[in-house]
Design a protein around this ligand. Structure first.
Ligand code: ADE
Length: 418
C-alpha cells in the first residue's frame, strides 16, 4: 500500500461517514455481497480517478471486496474529503493519492501515482486520468483491459479521442446509462448544487432570480429545485431544442447578455467555457452569487472577473468576494469549481448508489469481455440498466406491474389496429 493524503488521524471521522453512506446504498451493497466470495477481480488493479467522497469509498470498498487492488486519486483539486481518504488508507488498506486543496502539479502527480500501478481497468470522472494514461500507454499500459467514464464532460473528451482514432482501449460510458444520467445528473446535481450554494452563503432562494446556464440533465435538475424553493428561474441555452424544453417547462429563456442584469444567483451547467465572461459581469447587479455545477472550472471566466476587480477578499472558506471597479461586489463560490462537491458533500448516497452500481458492473463487463471489445466507446447494456432499476425499486419497497403474455404479444406485433 502507498498513499499521499493530508492527515491519517482523520480516519475515525471518515469511517463513520462511510458507514452512513453504506446504509444508504443498498444496490451497491447487494453487489458487494454477491461477489465478495467469488472475488472475480482477484489479481487485477483498478486505477480510479474520482471524487474522494463517502459514496466513492463504498465503491472502492466494493471493488476491493471483489478482489481488486485499488489505487485511487481525486478528480478535482477541491473535492477530496480528507477524512474519507484517511479511512480508506488506514481502515481499508487502499492506495489513495488525494487531498483537498492540491496544486495543479500535485493533482497530476497523484494521477501518475495511480498510473504507476499499471492498471488493468480504469475508472474515471472527467477523463483526466484516461487522457494522461493515453500519453503513457507504452509505459503503464501493458495490462490494460478497458476503462469506464462517469460524466458527460469526460465522455465528450473521450469521444473526441475516438473520433481521431486515438482511443487506446475500450471505454464504457457509464454516464450514458439511464439509471445514471436520468437520476444522478438530474436529482443528484439538482439538490447538491443548491445545497452547496446554501451551505456556503445561507442565502434564501425564495424571491430570488436564479439564472441557470445550460438545460441539459444537470441544468434541468437545478432549475426545478430552484423553482421548488421559490426562486424565479431564467434559463440560458445555445441548443434550440433544450431552450424549447426549458420554455415549455415554464421557465423564462433568454441569452446570458440579457439575463445578466436580472439575476441574483447564477449557476453554470453547460460543460463549455466562458459562459459567464466580462460582458456579462459588467451588467450584473451588486452582490450577485456565481457558482458552477459543470465538471471543469472554465464556465465562469475568473480571469475576466479579476481584470474587472481592484480587490478580492475571502468571506468564508468557500466564498470569495470581488470588489469591481464599477463599485459592485461579485461573490464567487468554490473558486468556480463544482459547487456541490466543494461547498457540500456531492450527490446524496441514494443516487450515487445507482451510478456506482453501474461503475461496478461495467468493470465486471470489461473483464468478462476481455479481448473481444474494440477501442471504442460502449454504451451500458440495457439489461444492466434494467437490473439496477429493479434492484433500486426493490430496496425502496416498490413493486410494479408485469406484462401479461397477451400484452407482450401485442407490443411485439403490428397486426392489431383500429
Ligand atoms: N459526483 C457528484 N456527487 C458525487 C459523490 N457524492 N461522490 C462521488 N462523485 C460524485
Amino acid at each position: 500500500m502507498e498513499y499521499r493524503i493530508k492527515d491519517i488521524s482523520l480516519s475515525d471521522k471518515g469511517k463513520k461517514k462511510i458507514e452512513w453512506a453504506e446504509s444508504h446504498m443498498p444496490v451497491l451493497l447487494s453487489l458487494k455481497k454477491k461477489y465478495e466470495e467469488s472475488k472475480p477481480l482477484k489479481g487485477l488493479v483498478v486505477g480510479g480517478c474520482l471524487h474522494v467522497t463517502k459514496e466513492t469509498a463504498v465503491l472502492t470498498k466494493t471493488l476491493a471486496a471483489a478482489g481488486a487492488t485499488v489505487a485511487w486519486s481525486g478528480c478535482n483539486p477541491l473535492s477530496t474529503n480528507d477524512d474519507i481518504a484517511a479511512s480508506l488508507v488506514k481502515d481499508e488498506g487502499l492506495s489513495v493519492f488525494a487531498s483537498r486543496g492540491v496544486t495543479n502539479k500535485e493533482y497530476y502527480d497523484d494521477i501518475y501515482s495511480v498510473l504507476k500501478f499499471n492498471p488493468d481497468i480504469t475508472i474515471d470522472d472527467g477523463a483526466d486520468l484516461t487522457i494522461e494514461f493515453h500519453k503513457n500507454l507504452d509505459k503503464y499500459g501493458k495490462n490494460i483491459i478497458g476503462g469506464t467514464e462517469e460524466t458527460t464532460t469526460g465522455v465528450l473528451r473521450l469521444k473526441a479521442l475516438e473520433t481521431n482514432s486515438k482511443l487506446g482501449y475500450p471505454i464504457i460510458a457509464v454516464n450514458d446509462a439511464e439509471t445514471k444520467h436520468d437520476f444522478d445528473n438530474v436529482y443528484g446535481t439538482g439538490q447538491s448544487a443548491l445545497d452547496g450554494i446554501i451551505r456556503a452563503t445561507n442565502v434564501l432562494l425564495s424571491g430570488k432570480t436564479v439564472v441557470v446556464a445550460g438545460y441539459g440533465h444537470v441544468g434541468k435538475g437545478i432549475a426545478s429545485r430552484a423553482r421548488g424553493l421559490g426562486a424565479s428561474v431564467i434559463v440560458t441555452e445555445v441548443d434550440p431544442i433544450n431552450a424549447l424544453k426549458a420554455r415549455m417547462d415554464g421557465y423564462t429563456v433568454k441569452p446570458m447578455e440579457e439575463a445578466a442584469s436580472s439575476g441574483d444567483i447564477f449557476i453554470t451547467s453547460t460543460g463549455c467555457k466562458d459562459v459567464i465572461a466580462r460582458k456579462h459581469v459588467e451588467k450584473m447587479k451588486n452582490g450577485v452569487l456565481l457558482a458552477n455545477a459543470g465538471h471543469f472550472n472554465v464556465e465562469i471566466s475568473i480571469d475576466d472577473i479579476k481584470e474587472l476587480s481592484y480587490e478580492s477578499k475571502k468571506i468564508n472558506e468557500n466564498v470569495e468576494q470581488f470588489l469591481l471597479k464599477n463599485n459592485n461586489k461579485i461573490n464567487l463560490i468554490g473558486e468556480g469549481r463544482l459547487v456541490n462537491l466543494v461547498a457540500a458533500e456531492g450527490h446524496p448516497s441514494e443516487v450515487m448508489d445507482m451510478s456506482f452500481a453501474n461503475q461496478f458492473l461495467s468493470v465486471l463487463y470489461l473483464l468478462k469481455n476481455k479481448g473481444t471489445l474494440e477501442n471504442k466507446i460502449y454504451k451500458i447494456d440495457r439489461e444492466q440498466d434494467i437490473m439496477i432499476a429493479r434492484l433500486k425499486l426493490e430496496s425502496m419497497g416498490i413493486s410494479i406491474d408485469k406484462l401479461s403474455e397477451n400484452q407482450s404479444k401485442y407490443l411485439n406485433e403490428y397486426g392489431e389496429g383500429t
